[in-house]
Design a protein. Structure first.
Length: 317
């Protein structure tokens, strides 16, 4: 019996052959990529770059010589221009034994010296001699009307989640609404040299609100995260009440300030951020994971052109 098993295994081993399969990968025609989210608290700006195919060795670069036409309610405002004095940098990493950037590339922004107005529709037409002309538009949503805001000290009941934030706002019944909530802690301290150092960072939020479909369940909460995106599907046209727990010890002797950022988003912005969050929250495994498509509303290109209306409220002190 042992000899028969050895013989069968030998047949299987010698019968295995390596087979090369050639794939016909279609070519990629580069197109313009536009990224800009107009917010009522910031001057209008956007970024333009180029696309690169999945199997190509080309580079993604900022495009600084495009013609960017800006319209408000179908009326031409002006051409957006590159501000070469205001730039960011992107770090390019290559495989290697050390975690360090191999190259820094500048990112240039096209800007227009004005704040977007809520209720207005903005559109852009972007052309370049090397690419097909692209188009996109967005309507800036109205401002959120806050009804209630309070912070509750729970330190005598919980060591981990020592504070609770309660808020409520009115939802417009005449339109589909999309929201984002951030909570920031602003703190300052004196360093060793006597200089005052100021820092701002987001606080982790925990909630069991049924409107929050994203985020990672944690420690009995259905949602945990540093920002939350949600729509009014479950509360259209009514006053929405929300409660968050968060890890912060209320101390009136500190110089801390807690700020609430409440943002009303356009549908394009919500779909874009929602796809980004789904992509970040997707399940990873050793055998791979299914990619999540990132939303785009740029005609003939890719990226997102969207808008938001942010208001800030001081929660503490």
């Amino acid at each position: 019996m042992k000899k028969i098993l050895i013989f069968l295994c030998s047949i299987l081993l010698f019968s295995c052959q390596e087979q090369v399969v050639e794939l016909d990968i279609p070519g990629h025609t580069p197109f313009l990529v536009v990224n800009g989210i107009f917010d009522t608290d910031t001057l209008m700006f956007l970024h333009v770059s180029n696309s690169v195919g999945s199997f190509q060795q080309g580079e993604i670069n900022s495009i600084s010589d495009a013609n960017v036409l800006l319209y408000e309610n179908n009326i031409f405002l002006d051409s957006m221009r590159v501000d070469f004095n205001n730039q960011d940098f992107i770090n390019i990493f290559e495989d290697g034994p050390f975690w360090a950037a191999d190259e820094n590339k500048p990112i240039y922004y096209y800007s227009y010296d004005a704040l977007p107005q809520f209720g207005s529709t903005y559109s852009v037409e972007i052309s370049h001699p090397n690419f097909e002309t692209v188009y996109a538009q967005t309507k800036v949503p109205n401002q959120i009307q806050l009804a209630e805001l309070e912070i509750v000290d729970n330190s005598d009941q919980s060591e981990d989640y020592s504070s609770t934030l309660n808020l409520s706002f009115f939802d417009d019944p005449n339109t589909n609404n999309y929201y984002r909530i951030n909570l920031y802690r602003n703190t300052q301290y004196e360093d060793e040299s006597g200089e005052i150092v100021r820092k701002e960072y987001p606080l982790e939020l925990f909630s069991n609100d049924p409107s929050f479909s994203q985020g990672i369940p944690f420690d009995g909460y259905s949602f945990s995260g540093r920002r939350v995106f949600f729509s009014d599907d479950l509360f259209n046209g009514i006053q929405k009440e929300i409660s968050f727990d968060f890890d912060y010890k209320i101390d009136y002797e500190t110089k801390d300030t807690i700020l609430l950022q409440l943002t009303s988003f356009s549908e394009e912005a919500f779909n874009y951020y929602n796809s980004m969050e789904n992509n970040n929250d997707r399940f990873f495994s050793d055998i791979g994971t299914e990619p999540v498509p990132i939303f785009s509303n740029v005609e003939n290109g890719a990226g997102v052109f969207a808008s938001g209306n942010s208001v800030y409220f001081q929660v503490f002190p």
